[in-house]
Design a protein around this ligand. Structure first.
Ligand SMILES: NC(=O)c1ccc[n+]([C@@H]2O[C@H](COP(=O)([O-])OP(=O)(O)OC[C@H]3O[C@@H](n4cnc5c(N)ncnc54)[C@H](O)[C@@H]3O)[C@@H](O)[C@H]2O)c1
Ligand SMILES: Cc1cc2c(cc1C)N(C[C@H](O)[C@H](O)[C@H](O)COP(=O)(O)O)c1[nH]c(=O)[nH]c(=O)c1N2
Length: 176
């Protein structure tokens, strides 16, 4: 079988559009957060999603020691916030740029995000440079669900719907 170079892999992955989230944590190992697109739903019973985190990122130690995260799904208006959480900016400066609350775990919840999944980390699998975090949802919050920030072709894009009736009204479930 022929090896594929990391650069060729990333060039192809740049053709796969993905929703952008800010993954946050807080607890005895400190508050931290990073921009993430490697997130997907695993199962609805028990409600579980996965997050891939680079072990070299500044948030890694806090995330894995606190064992809780909140996945804050971004709306189109959050592009600048996504850039801040995308690296090389001190954690305090990242969090100072937006309003945050908490649900059950204490991980920061972005007040006006499209949806927030408050999770405890149930399992971790090491793969190459990243850890895959299997995150069990213990509380959630969602908005009117009208638009998302998407990363595609190494650039940010907005995707939205004009009729959000199916998404339902704003709600919170499992708030402590
Ligand atoms: N999954 C990730 O860790 C991930 C995803 C997107 C962007 N990034 C980071 O954001 C920065 C800007 O990226 P870019 O889109 O301009 O160019 P890029 O060539 O670094 O990324 C292109 C695509 O490849 C994938 N990718 C990038 N780095 C990866 C990694 N280390 N592991 C697994 N998949 C990866 C992503 O799907 C990304 O959209 C880079 O530093 C990149 O490492 C990381
Ligand atoms: C659009 C987009 C998407 C992602 C990222 C970046 C950007 C711009 N980054 C990289 C991540 O945000 C960045 O490496 C961290 O913020 C770490 O940087 P610091 O070590 O904190 O400076 C990223 N990192 C990661 O571990 N998993 C991911 O899914 C993603 N996805």
């Amino acid at each position: 079988m022929q090896d594929v170079a990391p650069r060729d892999y990333r060039d192809a992955m740049a053709c796969l559009g993905a929703a952008v989230s800010i993954v946050t944590t807080d607890g005895s190992a400190g508050r931290a957060g990073f921009t993430a697109s490697a997130i997907c739903s695993v199962t609805d019973d028990p409600p579980t999603l996965l997050v891939c985190i680079n072990r070299g990122s500044s948030a890694y130690a806090s995330v894995t020691r606190n064992k809780v995260v909140c996945v804050n799904v971004l709306s189109a208006r959050h592009e600048q916030l996504s850039r801040l959480f995308g690296g090389k900016v001190p954690a305090e400066e990242r969090f100072a740029a937006a309003a945050w609350s908490t649900l059950a775990t204490g991980a920061p919840v972005l007040t006006d995000c499209a949806a927030a999944f408050d999770c405890r980390i149930a399992d971790v699998v090491n793969v190459g440079t990243h850890d895959v975090l299997f995150c069990q949802i213990v509380a959630l919050q969602r908005s009117g669900c009208t638009d998302n920030l998407i990363y595609f072709g190494r650039a940010y894009h907005a995707v939205g719907v004009t009729n959000s009736a199916e998404a339902g009204p704003e709600s919170a479930v499992g708030r402590s």
